[in-house]
Design a protein around this ligand. Structure first.
Ligand code: GLY
Length: 352
């Protein structure tokens, strides 16, 4: 079992990674001194570990449709009905949307109660469940209402991954692939638990240096500017990790076009993304103009075209990238029908 420490100035916790990690929940709850727990789970009851204390189990549904303020209110009312106090604990068990919404409810209830995350998807284990970002969506956009609320522990039980369809695994590999370009070692071919541990180690280092996203933490959004645009342009037919994968290939090409990296490093982007069985082409149905319009509205773009790009100092946020360079690189990307890009995700070439 790997244990990755995350040490912030006023808060510290460990991320436990491996088969059976969820069995540590009762010990974690005991260490927190919690008298009662509310477990919010998007997984069947048999996957929910014992907390060791009096527990209210609330069902949840993974997915964007329940990532709303209404869900946060319903959760907080259930916490109140159970008599949960600040000396108790909230536990989330589910994918990234569940850890996001439960994390926000924990941040707001009684102005903050301890939360433990049990991320069950690969994407949530390598990214969403770690680092303390919580949020829900508004009709106006994704993740517009949120808070930084660090968990008291994260238990990444790799047994949960056996329940995931191949496409959901691939979704998580999109976030692992981008780690290659922001400071992780080459993870290709390693057992999945080692890939998760390395991705979490990298994220922990970044979050320790910049918890509130004022600089370095932007690097975690490698491949995300185009990725977010592709998600929107395809009506979320492309999953987050798939879109980030295509965005990573694009980021390599753009960095190459701007003279920031050489040809070999540009090619490495394609090789790494491809090695995870992830899509590398743009959906044929979406033109560069539409994507550029969407990228200008990305949260991190601040009105200009901004990308996290590889370069001589490693990955960094580059603002005011000229639109004609972006258009040229997008125009030079291979294209494939969306149905083809999505279909490729039904076979799992990468699980080890
Ligand atoms: N998912 C990016 C971050 O946690 O900052």
């Amino acid at each position: 079992m790997a244990s990755v420490p995350l040490r912030l100035r006023d808060h510290a916790y460990d991320v436990l990674i491996g088969p059976g990690a969820r069995a540590s929940l009762a010990e974690v709850v005991g260490r927190l001194g919690a008298g009662r727990a509310v477990v919010v789970s998007a997984r069947p009851a048999e996957w929910v570990p014992d907390t060791g204390v009096e527990t209210l189990l609330l069902p949840a549904r993974d997915g964007e449709r329940d990532k709303t303020l209404a869900t946060v209110e319903a959760l907080c009312r259930a916490f109140a009905g159970f008599g949960l106090t600040r000396s108790d604990v909230v536990v989330s068990c589910g994918g990234g949307t569940t850890t996001d919404v439960v994390g926000l409810a924990a941040a707001l209830y009684h102005r903050g109660v301890p939360v433990v995350h049990l991320p069950t998807s690969l994407l949530a284990q390598v990214d969403a469940g770690v680092g303390g970002k919580t949020a829900v969506n508004l009709p106006d956009g994704k993740n517009l209402v949120g808070a930084y609320w660090q968990p008291s522990a994260v238990l990444c039980d790799t047994d949960y991954l056996s329940t995931l369809p191949p496409r959901e695994m691939r979704n998580g590999y999109g976030e692992i692939a981008r780690c290659h370009f922001i400071g992780a070692p080459d993870l290709r071919g390693l057992p999945v638990a080692d890939q998760i541990a390395a991705s979490v180690r990298l994220k922990a280092r970044v979050v320790e240096a910049d918890e509130r996203d004022s600089g370095l933490r932007h690097v975690l959004n490698y491949g995300h500017t185009l990725g977010h645009a592709l998600e929107k342009a395809t009506g979320f037919a492309l999953r987050h990790g798939e879109a980030v994968a295509i965005g990573t290939v694009f980021a390599g090409r753009l960095a190459g076009a701007l003279g920031r990296i050489d040809e070999a490093r540009t090619a490495e982007h394609l090789d790494v993304v491809r090695s995870y069985g992830l899509p590398t082409a743009l959906p044929a149905e979406t033109g560069p103009e539409a994507l550029i319009g969407l990228m200008r509205h990305d949260k991190k773009a601040f009105g200009s075209l901004a990308f996290v790009l590889d370069g001589p100092r490693g990955a960094e946020l580059v603002r005011d990238v000229p639109q004609d360079a972006v258009a040229r690189v997008l125009g030079g990307m291979p294209r494939a029908p969306l149905a083809e890009l999505v279909d490729a995700g039904t076979t799992d070439v990468t699980r080890s």
